[in-house]
Each structure stands twice: as structure tokens, then as C-alpha cells.
Write a protein that binds this ligand. Structure first.
Ligand SMILES: Cc1cc2nc3c(=O)[nH]c(=O)nc-3n(C[C@H](O)[C@H](O)[C@H](O)COP(=O)(O)O)c2cc1C
Length: 356
């Protein structure tokens, strides 16, 4: 019996099933590889809580966490189905407990083996600069849209026609430049990078530099950019625009497909719903052997509650988004073909996510 099993209380579901479901949840993506949830086995299923860090974090980071919680729940639901359970999910089941985000009630059903379950451990973020074609057939794009349609309140758009694509690329570029141009956002970017592990190792928490696809010749310079004193001088001569080109604009411009997940729900409900859709299409991309990278910036910086964003940038983003969608955009991604990265992020052991 492993550590995880010893920590789980007896709730009428075999330990091995419960620990497999929890492990699937832990493998879900999170912004900057920083999971901030805890799970408790209770009743006939699992409760998902936001950690103290989640409760204390500013609004825009809560939105990112909620998207990630949606992905965690999606993975757990897919794994549960494979093991012969249907998972009913209640979001915010108890208004008097703000840390309690979701409850998964597990009931017996016939096992449902899906390809998506097999992709849970292989799914990863691919940050190669170039995603090659060929472009997907319309039927494949329709299949992705269909997967997202299964989740209430979420729409998946592919903005691949030249006019919409140009508009979206413009928003991606504005947002990425601002992230390097504003001290608080610059701190957010670099505080997540685990320079301490070097350029050849993974990390269980945070972003190992090796997963960032920085060219060997640019690594020293990239390391210097983490100092605001350096970035502050460079941004005054416009260097943040060059960084935006390399970090987001070019990779997106060169990718055969750009997708956006939007929601018509209020953000507290829409963010986890978008997270579920994000994970579903990301797993589907993995089963098709496609490379996938999310870009949260252009959507996130347009949120009115994100106070660190200079007003003119937030305004420009909001104006641009209204040309593309009537709904609230929450995630942009690129999709194509590329080599798999040699080094990926790791995860902490699943038992460290259990709340007593
Ligand atoms: C809400 C959310 C926002 C993310 N935003 C970005 C992003 O803007 N750029 C990026 O390269 N990766 C982004 N990611 C990917 C995460 O960095 C990645 O999932 C995490 O480091 C774990 O690595 P993995 O996806 O390889 O398992 C995001 C993921 C989530 C869930």
C-alpha cells in the first residue's frame, strides 16, 4: 500500500481507484505549474478545496487557478469513467465555505475506456517556436469544437481566417509586450522560473528553464532579464516589443491554428468550465500527436479586475476582443506539429495534495 493509499479514509471506493483518480487530477496543467488545490475523500467522492495561497491570491491569479481546477476535475472525471464510475460535479456546493470549489460524487457505472484517458500522462505544453502544418481538415476542427460544446457555457473558436487571425495576433502581441513592460507582471513571469535547477533538469513545482524552449545562445541573456533593473533599462528602448515577438507573436503567427475558448457564464463559473474544455481539447490534441501551447495573457489582461494592467493596454485589448467575440475570452492556444520537448514539468507526489 503506498503513502497515498494509507492517507485516504475508507469511503466505499477501492483505494486503488481513488488514488488513480487523484493522480489523474494532479497531472492536469496549471498556470506556471503551481497547483493550489487540496483534495479530501469524503462521502461518496472527493472534495476539491483551494489552498490558503489560492484564497489569498489576487483576482487574476484566482481566474487562472479556476481554469486549472476545471482541468483537474476533467481529468478526474475521465479517469473515473475508465474505472467504472460516473462523476457528478457540483461547483461551489457550500456558499458558507469559500475554499470548497467542487465536489465530485462518484457512482458505479460501466467502465468507459477512452483515448483521452490514455493521453492524461502524456499531455504537456510544447513551447517550440515553430509548429508546422499541414493544417487540420475541417472535420478535425469540427471535432474539437464538438468536444468543447459538451461543456455548458463554453465556445471554442478557431480564428484561422486572415482578418480574425491578424486581430488575434495583434492582441497577443500587445499583451505579451505589456507583461515585460510592467514591473508586477515581469515579477510574475520570472518568479515562476526555476533557475535554481539549471537548464537540463525538470522541476516538480514551477517552470524548469529547460521546458521554455529558450535557444542555447540566448540562455544567459534570458537569465539576466529576470532582474527588473535590467528589464527596466531595456524596455525604455522598446526591448519588451522584441521579447513579445519571440515569446508569443512569432510562435502564434507560425502555427497552423489559433484557437480561443470563450464563455458566456459569469467568470467564477466560466473559468472552471473553460478549464474542462481546455483539458478535453488538449488531451484530444495529444491523442492526435499534435503540439499544443496555451497563452493566457491577451484574455487575462483584458479583465477589468486585473488592476496592474495600464488602462490604455486593457482598453486596447477589450476593444480588440469585441471585434472577435461577444463572449468573455479566457484562453488562447496554438495547435500544430512539433517535436516533443525533451524535458517537461514534473509534479509533487499525489499524497501532498490530500487535506486531512
Ligand atoms: C490557466 C493556465 C494558463 C497557462 N498559461 C500559459 C501561458 O500563457 N504560456 C505558456 O507557455 N503556458 C501556459 N500554461 C501552461 C502551463 O505553464 C503548464 O500547464 C504547466 O507548466 C504544467 O506543464 P505541462 O502542461 O507540461 O504539464 C498555462 C496553463 C494553464 C492551466
Amino acid at each position: 500500500m503506498d503513502v497515498l493509499n494509507r492517507k485516504l479514509p475508507l469511503i466505499g471506493i477501492p483505494f486503488s481507484d481513488l488514488s488513480s483518480i487523484i493522480q489523474a487530477g494532479v497531472l492536469a496543467p496549471s498556470a506556471d505549474n503551481q497547483h493550489c488545490f487540496e483534495l479530501r475523500a469524503e462521502g461518496d467522492g472527493l472534495l476539491l478545496f483551494g489552498t490558503e495561497a489560492y484564497l489569498a491570491t489576487p483576482y487574476h491569479k484566482k481566474v487562472l487557478s479556476l481554469i486549472s481546477f476545471g482541468a483537474v476535475v476533467e481529468n478526474m472525471g475521465i479517469r473515473a469513467a475508465r474505472l467504472g464510475y460516473h462523476a457528478d460535479v457540483l461547483w461551489y456546493p457550500d456558499a458558507s465555505r469559500p475554499a470548497l470549489i467542487a465536489e465530485l460524487r462518484l457512482g458505479r457505472s460501466d467502465p468507459n475506456q477512452t483515448a483521452l484517458d490514455g493521453a492524461i500522462s502524456a499531455r504537456h505544453t510544447n513551447r517550440s517556436v515553430i509548429f508546422r502544418g499541414p493544417a487540420l481538415a475541417d472535420v478535425d476542427l469540427a471535432n474539437f469544437r464538438q468536444l468543447a460544446k459538451g461543456i455548458d457555457g463554453v465556445t471554442l473558436h478557431f480564428f484561422d481566417n486572415p482578418k480574425q487571425r491578424a486581430e488575434l495576433l495583434h492582441l497577443i502581441r500587445i499583451a505579451e509586450a505589456e507583461r515585460f513592460n510592467t514591473q508586477a507582471m515581469h515579477a510574475d513571469i520570472f518568479s515562476a522560473v526555476r533557475f535554481d535547477v539549471g537548464w537540463h533538469a525538470s522541476a516538480e513545482v514551477g517552470l524548469p528553464p529547460a521546458a521554455l524552449a529558450v535557444e542555447p545562445g540566448a540562455r544567459w541573456a534570458f537569465t539576466q532579464l529576470r532582474h527588473w533593473s535590467v528589464m527596466n533599462r531595456l524596455r525604455k528602448i522598446g526591448f519588451h516589443h522584441a521579447l513579445a515577438l519571440r515569446a508569443a507573436y512569432l510562435p502564434c503567427r507560425l502555427a497552423p491554428h489559433l484557437g480561443v475558448l470563450t464563455t458566456r457564464l459569469p467568470i467564477e463559473r466560466g473559468a472552471p468550465a473553460v478549464g474542462r474544455a481546455l483539458e478535453r481539447i488538449w488531451l484530444e490534441a495529444e491523442t492526435l500527436g499534435l503540439a499544443f501551447q496555451p497563452f493566457a495573457g491577451s484574455a487575462l489582461l483584458s479583465l477589468a479586475q486585473y488592476r496592474e494592467v495600464p488602462a490604455e493596454t486593457a482598453e486596447a485589448l477589450r476593444r480588440g476582443w469585441t471585434n472577435l467575440t461577444d463572449e468573455t475570452p479566457l484562453m488562447v492556444f496554438r495547435l500544430g506539429r512539433a517535436e516533443r520537448p525533451v524535458i517537461r514539468t514534473g509534479r509533487q507526489r499525489a499524497d501532498s495534495f490530500l487535506r486531512n
